[in-house]
Ligand binder design. Structure first.
Ligand code: KG4
Ligand code: ZN
Length: 338
């Protein structure tokens, strides 16, 4: 019989404090404490995020252990997000993980947040089929936009990245200008369903290789809104669905153009997506169409694993634990990917 391996995952890279328990790769609990405080500022305020993590971390971990119906002494190892992310936020999760690993005298495992968005597909509870290596990983989130060549669990190479904003950041910044508050991605997605995506057109930038850029569309939309609201102060309200549909269509087109290029260049049509924006219904629809019409093998995570969560951190922790890839208490968090 397989040895029972219980991993506690801790995620605190941005504005979600999350903890999860996995038993041999299967979820036993998955708790997320969102920080609504950032809504009124229209974006994440790093200092406030760290303070909220500090308040949330103990109750969140307690709840994860309680819901998993285990005792803390049964935990085999602690996996935590080492980076990339907001340094103050990462410090809260990493310091807690280090102290708990010392107290319980169990191994500590550091996890790269981007890897976790991709490896979340290997969680055992998913009824979905698991990706076959090698494949093209695409992380689309509020803080990151990367196309990654994934050869194995631990061999990943970034082959494309954003030259400026992350795609989720573009959704959020444009949404703020439209008056949708923060975060705006899911609201744009919802309104876009009722809109006409061909009504307004915004530029698709020319960027080298597999890199993308979203700051041009952000500026174009701001200028477009400014011009039109000068002529009609009610322009946004009257056209909100069409504006959202057109903006979303452009952001997804920019991303799809490079995903298609990666598929051609790598001669590999296994596309594995992750990150908050992978919840977007238009993106999912287009990818499923690629599967149907062009034979791509598309791997789309269940909605609960798209935005930041600790189940994905615990999953990478489990994979590393099995390979004896433990880390030292002296490792420090990092804000950017090397
Ligand atoms: O992965 P995530 O939770 O955080 C980072 O690691 O950055 O992603 C959050 C981002 C936000 O920008 C949010 O607006 C976006 O994901 N998002 C969406 C949707 N749901 C969340 N963007 C577009 N469509 C959605 N349905
Ligand atoms: Zn993330």
């Amino acid at each position: 019989m397989n040895k029972k391996v219980l991993i506690l995952g801790i995620e605190s890279s941005c504005d979600e404090t999350a903890a999860a328990i996995l038993e041999n790769g299967k979820i036993k609990s998955n708790i997320i404490a969102n920080q609504s405080i950032h809504e009124k500022y229209g974006g994440v305020v790093p200092e406030l995020a760290s303070r909220k993590h500090q308040q949330n971390i103990i109750p969140t971990i307690h709840q994860a252990i309680r819901e998993a119906n285990i005792h803390k002494n049964e935990i085999s190892a602690i996996a935590y997000t080492q980076g990339p992310g907001l340094l103050g936020s990462l410090l809260v999760g990493s310091s807690f993980a280090k102290s708990l690993s010392l107290t319980l005298d169990i191994p500590l495992i550091d996890v790269n947040h981007i890897h976790a968005h991709i490896l979340v597909h290997f969680i055992e509870n998913n009824q979905l089929s698991k990706p076959i290596f090698p494949f093209i990983g695409v992380v689309l989130s509020g803080g990151h936009t990367q196309i990654i060549w994934v050869e194995s669990y631990f061999e990943m190479k970034i082959i494309g990245t954003t030259l400026d904003d992350a795609i989720g950041e573009a959704f959020d910044k444009i949404g703020k200008k439209i008056g949708l508050g923060y975060p705006a991605g899911v609201k744009i997605d919802k309104l876009a369903k009722k809109g006409n995506a061909t009504r307004f057109s915004f530029p698709i930038p020319k960027t080298p290789d597999l890199n993308v850029s979203y700051s041009g569309i952000k500026t174009a939309v701001i200028n477009f809104l400014h011009k039109n609201t000068q002529q009609n102060s009610n322009f946004i309200n009257e056209n909100i669905n069409d504006i959202c549909a057109s903006v979303q269509d452009t952001l997804i087109k920019i991303s799809m153009k490079k995903i298609e290029k990666a598929v051609l260049e790598k001669n590999n049509n296994r596309v594995v997506i992750g990150g908050g924006v992978s919840a977007n219904s238009k993106l999912r629809e287009i990818l499923l169409e690629k599967e149907k019409k062009e034979g791509w093998n598309v791997y789309i995570p269940p909605i609960e694993y798209t935005t930041d969560n600790a189940a994905m951190i615990a999953m990478v922790g489990y994979l590393k634990y099995k390979e004896n890839k433990k880390s030292s208490i002296t490792h420090s968090p990092y804000s950017r990917m090397s």
